[in-house]
Design a protein around this ligand. Structure first.
Ligand code: SF4
Length: 366
């Protein structure tokens, strides 16, 4: 059966690195690269996508609300929502401008969607829940989604799992694997413990077992004759990502590059931590200050959206955020956070200075 392979290029470093990595390591996978354009990205994002296109080949640009008289898809949906700004609790922007377009692009064909969550991250991301789309995470030790793992390791599946392991597993680890599989999930021995115990034993065998299980389901990967990722044991962290981008000549998106600032005689740096819309409500206060000081025009455009009591940040308007005393405080706070983080991550080649574990969006930021 024809199964599609797709990879969304968000304009961020991780999806860019994943696209290059898969293209180089698995040229036999015919991946359709796409980007969802909100019309409100930074210029640096557009530049990155153009550079990537010269390495990857064609990247399909998906744009919602085609034919609308509004200047950008965001303006279109903002107007139709009656001026209601999106927020982490009401994230209509991702749904309407990205997920809906992506799902249209994919249609009903069984599809494998590659997602660039790194091996050093503890998160799943916000991905499509359409049953014909299966997310795969090639940078992690566990390449499968939690949904697949939950079904695979479910207590009701123990007998089937033993049969599968007998089929794919060499004798020398079969005894240990069987012992782990037979141990039911409990509050003490929960999914991630069982998952890690089997991965510790042998990653490739685990992957082959999951693939054999998927063959008995409707998941897109199960419909493939050949899926090379099951033999992949690479785990890539942030330093690997930067390396891939540098080595390919694509480079790091310019907005990630730290710019120095000084406040009360103390020095710090700021940059933007993520791709996405310039006004994204997920950005941290120091990133808003970066936008104000480095892209004043975009900051002013963001301010124009704040009307009738709606603000991008809860409880604080952008006009209040740029009062001199407030800027000073935000910068001092950022310096303190950077000092703490630098102590913890002194081994990193480049520190992911502003990354945090907030409920982020795989469609926008990876
Ligand atoms: S980048 Fe932010 S504002 Fe833009 S679509 Fe994604 S979540 Fe919404």
């Amino acid at each position: 059966m024809m199964v599609r392979h797709v990879l969304g290029i968000s304009g961020g470093k991780d999806s860019a690195a994943l696209a290059i990595y898969l293209k180089e390591k698995y040229p036999e996978l015919k991946i359709d690269f796409y980007n969802s354009d909100t019309g409100c990205e930074l210029e640096e994002t557009e530049q990155l996508i153009n550079r990537l296109e010269s390495v990857l080949g064609h990247i399909t640009r998906l744009k919602a609300a085609q034919g609308s008289p509004e200047p950008t898809p965001f303006h279109h949906f903002y107007k139709s929502s009656g001026g209601y700004l999106p927020s982490p609790q009401a994230r209509w922007c991702t749904q309407k401008m990205k997920l809906a377009e992506f799902e249209k692009f994919v249609g009903d064909a069984p599809t494998v969607s590659y997602v660039g969550i790194r091996g050093d991250e503890e998160r799943e991301g916000y991905v499509s829940t359409k049953p014909n789309i299966q997310a795969i995470f090639p940078f992690r030790r566990n390449i499968w989604s939690m949904e697949v793992i939950n079904k695979f390791l479910h207590n009701d599946n123990i007998d089937r799992l033993i049969d599968i392991y007998e089929m794919v597993c060499a004798n020398k680890i079969l005894e240990q694997a069987t012992k782990i599989i037979k141990t039911p999930l409990t509050k003490q021995f929960y999914y991630s413990k069982k998952l890690n115990a089997l991965l510790d034993l042998d990653v490739k065998i685990f992957n082959r077992a999951v693939l054999a299980f998927l063959k008995t389901t409707d998941y897109p990967v199960g419909k493939l004759d050949y899926f090379p990722l099951v033999e992949n044991e690479d785990v890539l962290d942030i330093n690997d990502i930067y390396q891939i981008l540098e080595n390919s000549g694509v480079g790091i998106p310019a907005y990630y590059k730290p710019i120095e600032f000084e406040v009360d005689g103390k020095k710090g740096t700021y940059n933007r931590s993520r791709s996405g819309c310039y006004f994204c409500f997920f950005q941290q206060k120091i990133e808003w200050i970066w936008l104000y000081e480095q892209h004043l025009d975009l900051f002013q455009k963001s301010m124009e959206f704040e009307k009738d009591g709606y603000t991008w940040n809860q409880g604080e308007s952008l006009a209040d955020l740029i009062k001199p005393e407030r800027i000073r405080q935000i910068k001092l706070d950022a310096i303190k956070r950077q000092e703490n983080k630098a102590k913890k991550e002194s081994n990193s080649l480049l520190i992911d200075m502003f990354a945090d574990d907030s409920d982020f969006c795989a469609n926008c930021f990876i």
